[in-house]
Design a protein. Structure first.
Lengths: 177, 532
């Protein structure tokens, strides 16, 4: 799981390695913590197939930022259900990775240090969320880059699969046959 | 007028099809030939074997979806017709891998481009990989037969505007370009080949070889994952399958035991080597799953004054091989230039960035064209491809490191695509990279591309062509199968799919799979008849 590390002037390779190991431990802890935290946290929320109660505030905060400039925020619950359906078709291995990503974002012990969102998702400002996304995009850690790419891909696809999004992007929809 | 659903009509006539998700008890099935995978390789083999009088059982992991299920909607198509619900990617998450998973395999969702295996590729296999008897001349009769069988011919209608850009740009620069041969009959030019053809015009396995197999009394078992081959190191004695739920996500707990005289593995790249890995198949020289190739793809977007409407019309009809062989077969990496169709969901993830940047790019979708470069991996010593591995749950994942050799090609391809797009009249060009932005002149584009830090994740990478992993060749120390598709160690096992390719193809691979597996199947029939 290593990729080429961009050389940054502020962080030596050694420092980077330490940080990298620390973050991996964090992620492992998060996965473990989440799996130990009882069944209730791992069961899907009411009306959802895969998404858990704890995932919803994160996604409700992310959607208006990731999909800013669209009307996704006005269709928040529909986007959540579309995403839920997408996740329900992933292989168990990919679903597990995705839910672990949400765990990392949900648990205060990992959320603060890794995202810079210290006070909970409900109160996070758009600026803070943008900063978190850019930080992960530019991270030298494969896991965070992958997390960033997955969040964007899942939310963008969920939204643009919905007919509600098509007017904005000039797509008339499939032809009648 | 509603389009007739040929497949449902066939089932009504009494075809033997079985939905494993509905099994309420375990099952044992017997056949002369068990074929794992119903895509280009498996279905082609099935048609020929059943025509020769063998009792064929065709086993597919994915669901059965037919023309009346195809509504040209991305959400439905991606969830039901693609591997891992379109979530398949390289192990590090940086390369999206599009592969089909339904009755008909990837032929159900490919963009219909059909090329014979290029002659330099076949020559390279013979000289470098010990492949025997598969020269262009030797394969020609099988290519011709499959072209006739599947209606493969250069596209006669004018290209859509998205493809027209590639043609216009190449013409302006005096670069070579050609019309793509497509496997269609009575095509409506809709543009939804990637979501299942709603009018049965695409000559996928769903409307050709699978119906022919079922007409001859063959049997189809779907939503059944081939989990493990039982063997003693020399022969296979059985195949264990797991019934999958309706979504094809989790096993239901029901099992299907399959007994056959001969087994054909045709799950495609990644899945075929994975089944052998799960089965602890003999692999004395550790070749299994190695040298898996992707035709790694990078992309360049262009904005045009006139509408392109890249979501409509035959998705691929023009290609350029101008940069494919010019540096020799084994020189710096060559690439084929084509275009992808752009429906909103796929386009949104391709175009990159998030928030207002992504929204603004998406607002321009009707005026956006995208070009892609298929990098011909596997021909140079530094291009060794990836390795199929098993996750802890037994599912496969491809570890594919991108070599410096390939990155150099990615950069050259960005340059070529920007040059062609501007020559075709683009107002602005955007190399699909996180540091990319729309720039208005070729000079600016060249500077931007030269400055790009080419790394995983920053560069948008994809693949729709997984090849290799069960490479063929006469030397068992270097190959998994011989040039007849026979497994080097397991006597009653053949591999008939793209995982046999010792390198990538250098062209969209479907016709390579059809032609090669038709030839291999004819050879297998002769051997089976002789030993009957």
């Amino acid at each position: 799981m290593t990729t080429s590390l961009p050389v940054t002037p502020t962080l030596s390779r050694r420092g980077l390695l330490k940080f990298s190991l620390g973050a991996s431990a964090f992620l492992a802890t998060a996965g473990l913590g989440a799996s130990l935290s009882g069944c209730s946290a791992q069961t899907p929320a009411n009306d959802f197939i895969t998404l858990r109660q704890g995932d919803l505030p994160i996604l409700r905060a992310l959607i208006p930022v990731v999909l800013a400039g669209t009307t996704a925020a006005e269709n928040l619950e529909a986007v959540l259900h579309r995403l839920d359906n997408k996740l329900a078709s992933l292989s168990p291995a990919m679903l597990k990775l995705t839910l672990q990503l949400f765990d990392v974002l949900a648990l205060p012990i990992t959320r603060g240090p890794l995202t810079g969102i210290w006070g909970g998702w409900d109160n996070a400002s758009a600026e803070h969320i943008q900063a978190f996304l850019l930080r992960w995009e530019n991270s030298s850690l494969n896991l965070l880059q992958m997390g960033h790419a997955s969040l964007l891909q899942l939310l963008q696809m969920a939204w643009y699969e919905m007919p509600e999004s098509w007017a904005h992007c000039g797509y008339p929809g499939p032809p009648k046959i | 007028m509603p389009v007739p659903d040929l497949f449902r009509d066939g089932i009504a006539r009494g075809w033997k099809t079985r939905d494993a998700s509905r099994l309420d008890q375990d099952l044992t099935l017997e056949a002369d030939i068990a074929i794992i995978g119903s895509g280009a390789g498996g279905a082609t083999s099935a048609e020929l074997l059943s025509a020769a009088g063998f009792k064929v059982l065709l086993i597919e992991e994915g669901p059965l979806k037919t023309s009346s299920d195809f509504h040209m909607l991305e959400d439905q198509a991606y969830a039901s017709l693609y591997q891992e619900g379109i979530g398949r990617m390289s192990k590090d998450g940086a390369i999206t891998i599009l592969q089909g998973r339904a009755v008909g395999g990837t032929t159900l969702i490919n963009w219909t481009s059909s090329f014979r295996t290029p002659e330099p590729t076949l020559q390279h296999w013979a000289s470098e990989h010990g492949v025997k008897g598969l020269s262009s001349t030797e394969l020609a009769p099988w290519f011709e037969r499959m072209e006739q069988r599947l209606g493969i011919a250069p596209w006669v209608m004018p290209p859509n505007a998205n493809n027209e850009v590639l043609k216009r740009g190449c013409e302006a620069l005096d670069y070579s370009w050609k019309v793509i041969p497509r496997n269609v009959r009575g095509c409506w030019n809709l543009g939804y080949c990637g979501m299942g053809c709603p009018v049965n015009a695409k000559q996928s396995m769903l409307v050709t070889s699978i119906p022919a197999t079922l007409d001859k009394g063959g049997e189809l078992l779907y939503l059944a994952r081939a989990e493990r081959l039982i063997h003693d190191g020399e022969r296979i004695s059985g195949l264990q399958c797991l019934a999958m739920d309706e979504r094809c996500v989790n096993p239901t707990g029901r099992r299907i035991q399959v007994k056959a005289r001969h087994y054909i593995l045709a799950g495609g790249g990644i899945n075929s080597p994975a089944l052998l890995l799960r089965s602890d198949a003999p692999d004395p020289h550790e070749r299994l799953g190695k040298r898996t190739f992707l035709h790694l793809v990078n992309f360049s977007a262009g904005q045009f004054k006139d509408q392109v409407n890249p979501f409509y019309g035959a998705p691929q009809s023009i290609y350029s091989d101008h940069f494919q062989w010019r540096n020799g077969v084994t020189g710096p990496i060559g690439y084929k230039l084509e275009v992808p169709p752009l429906h909103p969901a796929l386009a949104s993830t391709l175009l990159g960035s998030f928030g207002r940047d992504n929204a603004m790019r998406m607002e321009q979708l009707p005026n956006t064209h995208v070009m892609l470069a298929l990098l011909r991996d596997g021909f140079h010593p530094e291009s060794t491809g990836g390795e199929v591995q098993l996750r802890s749950d037994g599912s496969p994942v491809l570890d594919y490191p991108v070599s410096p050799y390939a990155w150099e090609g990615v950069r050259r391809a960005f340059h070529s695509m920007a040059e062609i797009q501007f020559a075709a009249g683009a107002e602005a060009v955007l190399p699909l990279h996180s540091a990319g932005r729309y720039v208005k002149t070729l000079g600016e584009a060249r500077q931007l591309i030269d400055d790009l830090s080419l790394e995983l994740f920053r560069t948008r990478l994809g693949s729709a062509h997984v090849m290799g992993g069960c490479a063929m060749g006469e030397d068992p120390r270097r190959a998994v199968c011989d040039s007849l598709g026979r497994h080097h160690q397991l006597a009653n096992l053949s591999v008939h799919d793209g995982s046999l390719f010792p390198t990538s193809i250098g062209a969209n691979p479907q016709l390579s799979v059809y032609g090669l597996t038709a030839r291999l199947t004819d050879g297998l029939i002769e051997r089976l008849v002789a030993s009957r």
